[in-house]
Design a protein around this ligand. Structure first.
Ligand SMILES: Cc1cc2nc3c(=O)[nH]c(=O)nc-3n(C[C@H](O)[C@H](O)[C@H](O)COP(=O)(O)O)c2cc1C
Length: 241
């Protein structure tokens, strides 16, 4: 087995391609309001693994954290005589925050798709957001930036079967949202069965919970430590506007 360092070197040749693909994703109003931080420092990787409670993050050959970035645009606007601290600077308000988040996710997803097409494997890492203040601190994220998601890329050493997908009619509607909410759930029990029969390689010894059970469990999980308003405010954003 190759060491994480060797793997990183082997994957290095894909790096430029993957980063170029991410840069070619669409950006709303061409604001280019995202950045990606490539994590190569083993100490920072270890910190991120700790935040995510996922030890393998520390050995991911290629690792990125995608961030909302209005910091760069604030500096640009400042050069044009606009004070980012004033009400005139609108890139700190909620609409721009969500647009920048969309752009960051589109870029990350473009990179993920390209990595798969090159035969690599990826894990999107929402788990890093377990400790947003820690992440902001360790990545030295300045005002008007905010972490969105991580992306770990490597050579897959497993070949899991594809997780079942929701019945098409439960997720695709025509023209308007269906008034008959129960109709949308007609095929739920069949889907529950199918999901329950699926064995996740990450927990190969037990079947996955039925979809309904997963939703019920997650719907009761306390995520108050991940609330956005105060943490975004600490980064200069005003999401109440
Ligand atoms: C927004 C988002 C966040 C995710 N966060 C994590 C994560 O923190 N850790 C993890 O192991 N998988 C996470 N996943 C799932 C992996 O990326 C998973 O490999 C991917 O969804 C494809 O596998 P699947 O088809 O089995 O779901 C996340 C997925 C998404 C869309």
């Amino acid at each position: 087995m190759s060491s994480p360092n060797q793997s990183a070197q082997n994957l290095g040749r894909y790096r430029a391609t993957l980063e170029t693909v991410a840069q070619h994703a669409a950006s709303s109003q061409f604001l280019n309001d995202w950045s990606a931080i490539r994590i190569t420092d083993p100490a920072i990787k270890a910190k991120l693994a700790e935040f995510g409670h996922q030890p393998y993050i520390a050995t991911a050959p290629l690792l990125y954290v995608f961030v909302i970035d209005e910091h760069r645009n604030a500096r640009i606007a400042e050069r044009k005589g606009i004070d980012p601290a004033s009400d005139e600077f609108h890139l700190k308000y909620s609409y721009r925050f969500t647009q920048a988040q969309n752009d960051a996710v589109l870029a990350l997803h473009a990179m993920e798709t390209a990595a798969y097409s090159l035969g690599l494997g990826c894990v999107i890492l929402g788990s890093l957001l377990n400790n947003i203040p820690g992440l902001i601190d360790v990545l030295n994220l300045p005002e008007y930036t905010y972490p969105v998601l991580g992306l770990a890329i490597g050579k897959p050493d497993q070949n899991p079967t594809v997780k079942p997908r929701m019945p098409h009619t439960m997720q695709f509607f025509e023209n308007t949202y269906p008034a008959d909410a129960d109709g949308v759930l007609d095929q739920l029990s069949a889907f529950d069965e199918e999901v329950h029969r699926y064995y996740d390689l990450r927990q190969a010894d037990r079947p996955v919970d039925a979809f309904s059970d997963q939703v019920a469990t997650i719907s009761r999980q306390d995520v108050s430590h991940q609330t956005l308003l105060d943490k975004a405010a600490a980064q200069g954003f005003r999401l109440d506007q």
